[in-house]
Design a protein around this ligand. Structure first.
Ligand code: F6R
Length: 264
């Protein structure tokens, strides 16, 4: 079973997520981290930058691979995930830019780019820890419902609900891309550890379907049930539709990890 950590509030869930990333960087300075974008991750990266500075922690040996990028947006487009990651994280830490990877949205042939991205992840030795958000429809990366649960990095059309949810990042006069290059679900599942963060009641149904529903392409995040090392960090609202909520809170009171320390 996944480790499900239900925090008392959003702030505590965000700090816990940032701390796990920091712990990985500290325990394995040459780690390969999988990163995500989206509104949920913005405060996580802010916290990460602040804590790394406070603790004088170096990211210089890390390699990162982001989940996805919009097809058609060059890296210097303000809404590209490359620009977003630079602005939120990479500009503020000592991680050499060439060790940070996102698919190139403006690649001449996005399918070739997708295959090269998958190969680059493999060549780096695979992902040690993959950070994940979740879409309201249960998507992971941009693997929308009906995505193959064994898929590798490829081009996906965005669901209309995703286009609607992400329209807030684009100006009224800007055309939003309709496709993305995204790691596949198989790619995500090959990461050695997964860390999913969900905040707010708009994610409650998707979280419940992912953690307690059937494993199905209708909710791509339900595949997490098959991963051997997955931690899910939630605030109260995101956890509000979980049937076994009391049980999870009993095992991890306040969202704290409790290690087995014998009988009582
Ligand atoms: C983007 C990504 C997406 C988001 C998801 C939630 O890299 O991986 O799956 O995690 O769309 O986005 P927010 O956090 O904006 O609700």
């Amino acid at each position: 079973m996944a480790t499900i950590l239900i925090h008392p509030d959003m702030r505590s869930a965000i700090i816990a997520t940032a701390e796990r990333l920091l712990l990985t960087a500290k325990a394995k300075p040459g780690a390969v981290l999988g990163l995500a974008t989206g509104g949920t991750m913005e405060p996580v990266y802010q916290e990460l930058v602040e804590q790394a500075a406070r603790k004088r922690l170096s990211f210089a040996g890390l390699t990162t691979f982001n989940l996805d990028e919009y097809v058609g947006l060059a890296g210097d487009h303000p809404q590209s995930y490359r620009s977003t990651m630079n602005r939120l994280l990479f500009d503020h830490v000592d991680l050499p830019r060439e060790q940070t990877h996102l698919p190139r949205g403006d690649a001449e042939d996005p399918s070739v780019e997708a295959r090269a991205y998958e190969a680059a992840i493999e060549a780096a030795g695979g992902i040690d820890l993959q950070l994940l958000g979740i879409g309201r429809n249960g998507h992971l990366g941009f693997n929308e419902p009906s995505s193959s649960l064994a898929s590798s990095t490829r081009i996906k059309k965005l669901a209309s609900s995703t286009l609607k949810a992400n329209a807030r990042f684009f100006g009224d006069d800007e055309r939003m891309p309709t496709h993305a290059i995204t790691m596949g679900i198989g790619t995500i599942m090959r990461a050695r550890k997964l860390l999913m963060l969900a905040i707010g009641d708009s994610k409650a149904d998707a979280v419940a379907a992912a953690l307690e529903g059937p494993v199905t392409t209708s909710c791509p995040a339900s595949i997490l049930q098959f991963h051997p090392d997955v931690t899910v960090v939630l605030d109260q609202e995101a956890a509000s539709c979980l049937k076994l909520r009391d049980f999870y809170e009993d095992i991890h009171p306040g969202g704290q990890e409790v290690y087995f320390a014998g009988t009582r």
